[in-house]
Design a protein. Structure first.
Length: 116
């Protein structure tokens, strides 16, 4: 579903799923980024929602397990692969238990980073 705002189509349904999943997390902020919305934990990027999927920060060399699952691929910015980031498609993020597992892994990684 598209939402107006920054001129780029967004996925309001995915945004709501992430808001609900992250509602009890302290230190979280939401900001327009990546042509969608991004969530930052204490100033560090955690995840994002775009029309083409969920972006998730798992950390360098900590994403292999997720990349082995269907509908999860490395995140790319143009031709460049973003190490430690994955793009999660609707078949994967639509599975509540898998989405929670992915978010928990991202939260574990980002919580260990110093705040900005």
């Amino acid at each position: 579903m598209a939402a107006a705002g920054d001129g780029v189509a967004r996925d309001a349904g995915l945004e709501e799923l992430l808001r609900e999943d992250l509602r009890s997390e302290r230190g979280l902020t939401e900001t327009p980024m990546f042509g969608g919305l991004a969530w930052l934990l204490r100033g560090n990027l955690l995840c994002g929602a775009r029309q083409d999927g969920m972006l998730l920060r798992l950390g360098r060399d900590r994403d292999g397990w997720a990349l082995a699952l269907p509908d999860i691929a490395p995140m790319r910015m143009g031709a460049r692969r973003m190490q430690g980031w994955v793009r999660v498609g609707p078949a994967a993020y639509g599975d509540d238990a898998l989405r929670r597992r992915l978010l928990d892994a991202a939260l574990d990684f980002v919580r260990a980073l110093p705040g900005k």
